[in-house]
Design a protein around this ligand. Structure first.
Ligand SMILES: [Zn+2]
Length: 495
């Protein structure tokens, strides 16, 4: 196995990918190197945190000078780096220009000969809004080329890794089919392709659906690359959905237009009065000073900031995985844009898949909003409490924190015994300020619990928040429960 996972949270993981030129820790960001342009040096990228780079073998192949150099001395020497290098095949150019002057076998062989660490076949990216017929046709070609790539790769020998890109536009069944076929080929690396137009237009719900469909078919041990995702505002969400690799051309493209990346979105340099960052660039310059510099200098500095902030986010995410509070980080990050909120809420449709990946041992539970209700720990708790065998006949379930009771009633989790983790130690806002969804989740759990223990009797200590929720919706309390102090006075000695 080339990919080894050492820590997990949500569907995200910290792993190590072995490549011929070194081991890469994931989640990893691969800065895109344009072999035709001198911009930020790979040496400096390494200092910023880059462990792997990506460049385009098609651009190298097309230039006689670059091609001859790369064939003689290798791609690492060409871009002047000892880091592992992934090479793209020209698929992106195919999407943008509609045609490339190369075939699959030639570009695979070329990537092999120049010593690429990760080789990509010439897959066909289908635009998101193409017809299903088109997407099917494109996918058929992609799958055929991947089969050819595997065969060539085996024949050529060598230790490079082979990628099997996953296509299928926004059609769930095609994405699943593509992922399934790619997994059958036992490729080393799985890029999810064709998502750039979705990311560019903030169609995050579609992106989330695509990732989850793909993840449902790939084995958990497969390293996944969200191809073309380079904006740090999506990293936390994508990692939490199980993506391990990103590539950034964004750092340079945005800098070219005087745009400044942050984890909450993009700023225009002209709008900035202060830099909300402490990277070396933002420490040495004010926005006013940067604006006065000649364009090429300004562009270089903005590009550096854009990379610094991107790597900082990768480190933040890794730490969150270690601390197992990636849910909290993502729920925080999605507040940056309503479409990110909408995108993340798609997980509600895939709770079982999330549960399969999310480790059950958590450090805690910090409620940050409605999305916290979708975490598997809430679902797991509901199942656990519903299956609990009760000893005794009468029980008190109370939402009053200071009241003596057999069980607490709390939003999201519902019926909770003190020792239950993380429910018994969850940090939630005061009931009066929590969203209805959290009360509703808690109430659903309570009613399932009462239904499951039909023959027992319960007294419910309900605070005003729960009572008004029940009254407003005309919810009927099950027959084996009463609200108030009836049982307590006759049963538990008047506490
Ligand atoms: Zn900065």
């Amino acid at each position: 196995m080339n990919f080894e996972i050492s820590a997990k949270d949500v569907m995200g993981r910290i792993g190590k990918l072995k490549t011929p030129n070194g081991v890469v820790e994931t989640p990893a960001l691969m800065p895109v190197i344009n072999p035709n342009l001198k911009f930020i040096s790979p040496k400096e990228m390494k200092r910023m945190g880059a462990e792997i780079l990506i460049t385009n073998s098609y651009i190298i192949y097309r230039s006689e000078e670059l091609r001859e150099y790369a064939l003689k001395k290798g791609v690492h020497s060409l871009i002047e780096s000892d880091l592992p290098v992934m090479t793209d095949s020209g698929s992106y150019q195919l999407m943008v220009y509609g045609d490339v002057e190369i075939d699959n076998a030639t570009i695979i062989e070329f990537q092999n000969r120049i010593g690429s660490d990760i080789i990509v076949p010439l897959d066909i990216p289908t635009p998101p809004d193409a017809s299903k017929e088109q997407a099917e046709k494109d996918l058929e070609i992609t799958l055929e080329r991947e089969r050819e790539a595997i065969q060539l790769h085996d024949e050529m020998g060598g230790s490079s890794l082979l990628a099997a890109p996953i296509q299928g536009a926004i059609f769930p069944d095609l994405r699943r089919l593509s992922a399934k076929k790619a997994a059958e080929l036992k490729a080393d690396f799985y890029p999810i392709g064709g998502v750039v137009p979705l990311l560019d237009s903030y169609r995050f719900s579609d992106v989330v659906r695509v990732i989850l469909e793909v993840k449902s078919e790939l084995p958990p041990s497969a390293p996944v690359h969200l191809f073309g995702a380079g904006h740090p505002m999506v990293f936390a969400m994508a990692v939490a959905l199980g993506c391990d690799f990103f590539d950034s051309a964004a750092y340079a493209l945005y800098a070219k237009d005087d745009r400044y990346l942050t984890v909450t979105g993009t700023k225009k340099l002209e709008e900035l009065h202060h830099f909300p960052c402490c990277c070396p660039v933002c420490s040495d310059y004010t926005p006013a000073e940067l604006k006065k510099l000649p364009k090429n200098e300004r562009q270089l500095l903005l590009g550096k900031h854009n990379l610094w902030v991107s790597f900082e986010e990768i480190k933040t995410i890794k730490q969150a995985i270690k601390e197992r509070n990636l849910f909290e980080l993502v729920e925080n990050r999605i507040r940056a844009h309503p479409y990110l909120v909408a995108g993340w809420r798609v997980i509600k449709e895939h709770v079982e898949l999330l549960e399969l990946y999310d480790p059950s041992a958590k450090q805690g539970f910090f409620y940050t909003g409605i999305e916290s209700c979708y975490r598997p720990s809430a679902l797991r708790h509901h199942r656990k409490i519903t299956n609990l065998t009760l000893q005794g006949e009468k029980f008190v379930i109370s939402a009053f924190p200071d009241e003596k009771a057999d069980f607490r009633l709390i939003p999201v989790f519902g019926v909770v015994a003190g020792e239950f983790y993380p429910a018994g130690h969850a940090e939630l806002p005061d009931e009066d300020f929590i969203e209805d969804e959290a009360i509703e989740e808690g109430l659903n759990c309570l009613f399932n619990f009462l239904e499951r223990n039909k023959k027992k009797r319960f007294e419910l200590g309900l605070t005003g928040r729960w009572i008004s929720f029940i009254e407003q919706r005309n919810i009927k309390i099950p027959e084996n429960a009463v609200i108030g102090a009836v049982i307590r006075n006759s049963n538990s000695g008047g506490n």
